[in-house]
Design a protein around this ligand. Structure first.
Ligand SMILES: *Cc1c(COP(=O)(O)O)cnc(C)c1O
Length: 462
């Protein structure tokens, strides 16, 4: 399998090269040259299989010769061994025709573990074999940083530095980043907000001498390998409810469009998905795009579902590439308009294709809180605010003949304040994390200054 850039003007790469490089040189995102299709019998055969076995079969066509069959099986096995539930991504039913797909049984209690744990093992195998080491630097407003630290802690080929805005992440989120004691992971508290962290991160990547000196690498959400890992649970959940003999629909709490794009990939691969429903909070650029045919940025308004507070939905570019007939030039033009004119209008053809596959809806803050309270009252299930956005948006799309699966993207204990506001009780951490508040923390404070930051990374990497 070869990978091409969505802007059509970068070298074609192997899976391994696309994974290690992240962004393409023309500013585009890497996508596979075509979508491999699984036979209906293969999909039907997933029924009753272990999560790891389905993961192997779904992802194998994309990996090429990056890993042998045995190596890849072992990588998948190691990636999910630390999940607290044997099914890895189990489901619960919350209403007639409506299920939750629980994606939060990984080490940091959010769905980002599903991809990050796999990426950690793939980086280690690939770099270890080549005798190379890299320095991963990332910025986080909460969930991504802890998922990266958990995925790479203790691995030989990688040093990890996560920048977070000092005093501006929740205590659970901070402690998840600062309590791992391994010598190769570091949490840097930056003086400033999340935008400052992202700006300094960009400066580091643009300092080419430094970039080479420390072999800088990134694992942000535009990395194709992260999207790929998320395709798997669409298959396991749909098959559990009767696919491929009967179709299913999905509702996905959406920010950067990575998770729901993985659902679109599953559909291209032959999984019978009826509707893919985009659920947004009050930051509703994607909902407005579907409703109005215009993709236009507005300011971000902070919400109680912070992991969806975005205005540039990076992975949407991958979908644009498909609905514009894979014409890189057209995508490059649109992305230019987004950057310089804050938005663009979709062509009639592209809008038609978008609406043929996707529906959308938004949840206000009040609707999100009311949904947490109502789901608790009617089912006893405690859900996180992101999941609640999904449940609220899913409800008008539920049909008796097609099961609806809403993705539960984080454990409620990760967002205790919002949950307490909604239902008057604070959710407890799961048993394997119950001592989080007793573990010692390790934090390196750094000024908002590129040189200070680069010196810190130089001094601490092994
Ligand atoms: C990252 C995240 C999302 C949004 O996922 P995207 O892939 O960015 O669309 C939703 N919920 C939670 C809890 C997250 O951490």
């Amino acid at each position: 399998m070869r990978y091409v850039s969505t802007r059509g003007n970068a070298p074609v790469l192997s899976f391994e090269a696309a994974m290690l490089s992240g962004l393409a040189l023309d500013g585009g995102l890497y996508v596979p040259e075509d979508w491999p299709v699984l036979e209906a019998e293969t999909i039907a055969g997933f029924a009753g299989q272990a999560y790891e076995d389905v993961a192997y079969t779904v992802m194998r066509p994309y990996i090429g010769d990056a890993f042998t069959d045995d190596e890849f099986r072992a990588i998948v096995g190691r990636a999910y061994a630390g999940f607290a539930h044997k099914a890895r991504c189990p489901m619960v039913q919350i209403d007639a025709g409506h299920w939750l797909l629980e994606l939060f049984h990984g080490p940091t209690l959010a769905f980002k573990d599903v991809a990050m744990q796999l990426i950690g093992q793939m980086f280690e195998a690939s770099l270890g074999r080549a005798g190379k080491r890299v320095t991963i630097v990332g910025a986080t407003s909460g969930d991504t940083g802890s998922a990266a630290i958990e995925a790479f802690r203790g691995l030989d080929a990688v040093d990890v530095f996560i920048l977070y805005p000092d005093g501006r992440v929740s205590e659970v989120q901070r402690r998840q980043m600062t309590t791992p004691q391994e010598a190769n992971v570091h949490t840097l508290a930056i003086e400033g907000d999340f935008d400052v962290c992202q700006a300094r991160l960009k400066d580091m990547f643009n300092d080419h001498a430094f970039r080479e000196e420390v072999a800088l690498a990134g694992v942000n959400s535009i990395n194709w390998a992260r999207v790929l890992a998320q395709v798997v649970y669409y298959f396991t959940s749909a098959v559990a409810l009767g696919a491929p003999a009967r179709p299913v629909s999905f509702t996905v709490p959406t920010g950067n469009f990575g998770d729901i794009f993985a659902g679109y990939v599953a559909k291209r691969m032959g999984l019978p998905i009826d509707r893919l429903v985009i659920a947004t909070n009050q930051n509703d650029i994607l909902h407005r795009t579907l409703a109005e045919g215009e993709h236009r940025k507005e300011g971000v308004v902070p919400s109680i579902s912070p992991s969806m507070d975005i205005q540039v939905s990076s992975n949407f570019e991958r979908l644009l590439f498909d609905i514009y007939d894979r014409e890189g030039e057209a995508v490059a033009q649109l992305m230019g308009e987004l950057k310089h004119a804050d938005g663009f209008e979709l062509s009639q053809g592209a809008l038609g294709r978008l609406r043929a596959e996707f529906s959308s809806g938004r949840a206000s803050e009040e609707e999100t809180l009311a949904t947490i309270a109502r789901v608790y009252k009617t089912t006893g299930e405690v859900i996180c605010p992101h999941t609640a956005v999904g449940v609220h948006v899913a409800e008008p799309h539920i049909r008796t003949d097609i099961p609806m699966i809403t993705l539960a993207t984080a454990h409620p204990a990760k967002f205790p304040d919002a949950v307490e506001r909604a239902m008057g009780q604070r959710p407890a951490l799961p048993p394997h994390m119950a001592d989080l508040f007793d573990r010692p923390e390790r934090i390196t404070p750094v000024a908002n200054d590129l040189e200070a930051l680069e010196n810190t990374v130089r001094g601490m990497r092994r």
